[in-house]
Design a protein around this ligand. Structure first.
Ligand code: PLP
Length: 479
């Protein structure tokens, strides 16, 4: 790298290589094989312009690394072009320990679902073609059969997400009429999805009953009028009212609804198909249990505890689901073939619960034994400690807790192991930022001035990526 010394402005401007000179550098030729020419040219121009501006502003001398070397400028331009050429949506390492992390894409698909996605989407398929009859068919038959088989529901309908499912159910069954909900269940779910707002948008009129902490059956009973369409229960999966509380069990609410000729609907939110309580989590009602308890309709997400693609699943009585299918809004909320392919493949894994726990990443991560997590944390700590320059870091394996997340299963943390990193040189915030800016971004968390990597949510190969990120940080003499 050549230093510019105290040369005058004009001298420096004369030394500044032209775009054409930079374009002839071998590193640029190599970059042009991977990166579109337009982006490379733009990056060279911007690199040269930035240098020129600094010279004109008399700032050239302030920067230790200021260089007008043509090779150096070419490598700067390549770095910039690479940045411009990055995908905006890309894989990251989730080291937060939050299994269903809405900001990080929620559920990882099982490899069975990924394979199926490719097979179905590489080819034409019978998305809306009835192969038996040889004529137009319905896309809604595809996941329906396996959903009915697993849950025992009379009928099923899959839409874009659970918000859409709730919206469609209320619009179909209660537009212009009243829906009775316990005040304690009027929740906001991440991303400012508020149950009361969705209800209002659906055209249903909300009738809140009870108090925030306690609602009794008589509260529902007294609120029923000619205007009532249905009684609704929202499963509060992202918070819990604790202490002096009372909720009406679904069985009782459904019995009351039916005795008055009304429908009972439950929005399950995370809606698992299997019991996750053996893994230290609270008992969540499964979709099957909600149907058995008398719900005429239940809705839940495809990409929370189910561990499939984003989708909203509506299960219930055939006549009610048929009405939803006939609602013109269903067309606006419909799922595409990618969702159906991945969802059908995910659901088939649930035919055998053991298979589901082994193959669905969300369940796998929840069920990982503590001892496995400890070994994984020790391995990660060892990899970080053996990076050149790691004596600047203090790396410990510690007990901590992970969360299921995604508005699923609050109030109960899963014991886990984390790798905790501290440094005499970098603050926890600086470590967090450096790893977040790595080629494959690593997302960890900060707790009491330590940077923590929870190994529960790491995938095969992630420990290697994290070690590389530390290596890059430790090798970067400027940071
Ligand atoms: C998460 C959640 C929703 C929204 O589901 P999406 O699939 O994110 O649209 C609705 N209701 C409850 C109770 C939830 O937990």
């Amino acid at each position: 790298m050549e230093s510019t010394g105290r040369a005058g402005k004009q001298d420096l401007l004369r030394q500044l290589p032209s775009v054409d000179e930079i374009l002839k550098q071998p590193s640029i030729a190599e970059a042009l094989e991977r990166i579109p020419r337009k982006l490379v040219l733009e990056s060279i121009r911007e690199t040269v312009d930035a240098r020129r501006r600094r010279i004109l502003a008399d700032q050239a001398g302030e920067e230790e690394s200021f260089s007008l070397d043509v090779r150096w400028l070419a490598s700067e331009a390549v770095r910039l072009a690479e940045k411009k050429n990055e995908f905006t949506l890309r894989p990251v390492v989730n080291a937060t320990g939050i299994v269903v992390h809405t900001n990080l894409g929620r559920s990882l698909l099982a490899s069975e679902a990924l394979d199926r996605l490719q097979e179905v989407c590489r080819a034409y398929n019978n998305l809306e073609y009835d192969l038996a009859a040889g004529r137009r068919g319905s896309r809604y038959v595809h996941a329906e059969a396996v959903l009915r088989e697993i849950t025992g529901a009379e009928a099923a309908l899959v839409v874009n997400n659970n918000a859409a499912a709730v919206f469609l159910v209320l619009n179909t069954l209660a537009q212009g009429r009243e829906v009775i909900v316990s005040r304690g269940q009027l929740v906001e779910i991440g991303g400012s999805f508020r149950i009361p707002d969705v209800m209002a948008a659906s055209g249903a009129v909300l009738r809140e009953v009870g108090c925030t902490n306690r609602t009794h059956l008589r509260d529902y009973e007294q609120a029923i009028t000619e205007q009532t369409a249905l009684l609704m229960k929202v499963h509060c999966s992202n918070y819990r009212v604790i202490g002096f509380t009372a909720e009406v069990p679904l069985e009782d609410m459904a019995r009351l609804a039916h005795s008055r000729g009304l429908l009972a609907v439950e929005d399950l939110g995370s809606g698992s198909l299997v019991d996750v309580s053996p893994f230290g989590l609270p008992e969540e009602p499964t979709a099957q249990q909600a149907l058995k308890a008398g719900a005429d309709v239940v809705t839940f997400s495809g990409d929370k505890l189910l561990g499939g693609p984003q989708a909203g699943i509506i299960l219930g009585r055939r006549d009610v689901i048929d009405r939803c299918k006939k609602n013109p809004l269903t067309r606006a909320l419909r799922v595409d073939k990618m969702t159906l392919a991945a969802l059908e493949a995910t659901l088939r894994l649930y035919r055998d619960e053991r298979r589901a726990f082994a193959a669905v990443p969300t369940l796998q991560m929840i069920a990982t034994p503590l001892e496995t997590l400890r070994e994984r944390a020790e391995e990660l700590a060892r990899l970080i400690r053996t990076c050149p320059g790691a004596q600047r870091l203090s790396v410990q394996v510690e007990r901590n807790v992970s969360q299921v997340g995604g508005g699923s299963l609050p109030e109960r943390d899963l014991p886990t192991y984390v790798v905790s990193v501290r440094s005499d040189r970098w603050s926890a915030a600086r470590l967090e930022q450096a790893l977040r800016h790595h080629t494959v971004p690593v997302i960890g968390r900060i707790e009491s001035d330590r940077y923590l990597l929870d190994v529960r949510t790491l995938q095969p190969g992630d420990t290697r990526i994290i070690a590389e990120a530390f290596q890059a940080l430790l090798a970067d003499t400027k940071s």
